[in-house]
Design a protein around this ligand. Structure first.
Ligand code: UT7
Length: 337
């Protein structure tokens, strides 16, 4: 028995009852990328840990991936779509400007009784969304919710920019959350942060109100993501370490009590540096970036699905999800699975 303190005093918790993921079939390897830009497998592997990423075709969209992941999550939860009260899709690459990607998912799965919306917090979106659901379930206002992280980042990736195009892939992951009164099982603690002063570190400027679609762009590359890799790198390590330390402290845990930390898959070197500072052994820090690259809001639920399906995490285990991304934003959830 761990010595976990449960900072949540409510009767109910939000329990993860189902999970699923969906990635496009098409794969882009480092060698293929090195035929598009001036890069090579050795540089990408040593600097990022990425070997391949799954990429969408023109016909594959964010709502399609989100819907496929959602169906799998509902199946493992053994829940009907009509019983969902809420759907949140965390994404920065939505189906269209409006309506929300969540509207398309609702329609596709027949979740007629849910209210639905998208959440734009970049790579932290999925973790932010879990903390929202946590609140609604702890107050008893909601029974069943579906949270999806879904991205098609390759559609806003500049394949002329070698510093960014090597990083990103497409995919979706989903979880079903259910209100339960089962000891402390569920989401135990969530923490969320933002720092708008650093918006320039990671952005995609077209076609919002500052650069509307009707107006010619001063720089045609504004339709793509732009990243300041070094700044993000340094901030990410700092914030991941601080946030995990806060989770351990607030829940009175040591790293021995934690079965697995599932971090946003942004760069293996960032994750490994943070893990080293936290004195976490490699087997407690999940990494699948080699296959998927960085899929922003989708990366944690894709990783969660993989951990749950392969038995790396089991019922009763304490896990920490920790994310960092554009905004800047960063966040974490402590969960008893
Ligand atoms: O989820 C949030 C989004 N993720 C991020 O924003 C990523 C965070 N940052 C990173 O992952 C890393 O900073 C990068 C992978 C983007 C870059 O790695 P780095 O170790 O920080 O490299 P650097 O930018 O300091 O560049 C080192 C060298 C430069 O050459 P010079 O100036 O030393 O001659 C770059 O031009 O590596 C060069 N370089 C490349 N070489 C081969 C940059 N990209 C590449 C490339 N292939 N793809």
């Amino acid at each position: 028995m761990s010595k976990l303190a449960d900072p949540c005093t409510s009767t109910y918790h939000a329990v993860i009852a189902g999970y699923g993921a969906s990635v496009p079939e098409k794969v882009l390897t480092n060698d293929e990328l090195s035929r598009i830009v001036d890069t090579n497998d050795e540089w990408i592997t040593t600097r990022t840990g990425i070997k391949t990423r799954h990429i969408t075709t023109d016909d594959e969209t964010t709502a399609l991936l989100a819907t496929n992941a959602a169906k799998k999550a509902l199946k493992t939860a053994n829940l009907k779509a009509k019983d969902l009260d809420l759907i949140i899709v965390a994404t920065i690459t939505p189906e269209m400007v409006f309506p929300s990607t969540a509207s398309f998912v609702q329609r596709a799965i027949g979740a007629k009784n849910a209210w639905v919306f998208d959440l734009a917090a970049a790579c932290s979106g999925f973790v932010y969304a879990l903390s929202i659901v946590q609140q609604f379930m702890e107050t008893g206002r909601m029974e069943n919710a579906l949270v999806i992280g879904a991205e098609t980042l390759t559609k806003i990736t500049n394949y002329k920019d070698r510093k960014s195009c090597i990083l990103f892939g497409d995919g979706a992951g989903a979880v079903v959350l259910q209100r339960a009164n089962d000891g402390r099982r569920g989401i135990i603690y969530s923490t969320n942060y933002s720092e708008g002063d650093r918006w320039q570190a990671l952005n995609c400027q077209a076609f919002g109100s500052r650069h509307p679609a009707k107006k010619e762009l001063d720089d045609p590359d504004k339709i793509y993501m732009d990243i300041n890799g070094r700044e993000v790198y340094q901030q990410a390590i700092r914030r991941i370490v601080e946030t995990v330390e806060e989770c351990l402290d607030q829940c009175r845990l040591t790293t021995d009590d934690v079965k697995m930390i599932i971090p946003h898959q942004m760069n293996a070197r960032i994750i490994e540096s943070a893990a080293k500072r936290l004195k976490l052994p490699p087997e407690k820090v999940f990494l699948n970036i080699a296959e998927y690259g960085n899929t922003s809001a989708a990366s944690i639920p894709i990783a969660f699905d993989q951990c749950a399906r392969t038995g790396k995490i089991e019922r009763g285990d304490i896990i920490i999800l920790v994310a960092f991304g554009a905004g800047l934003t960063w966040a974490a959830n402590v969960i008893e699975f």
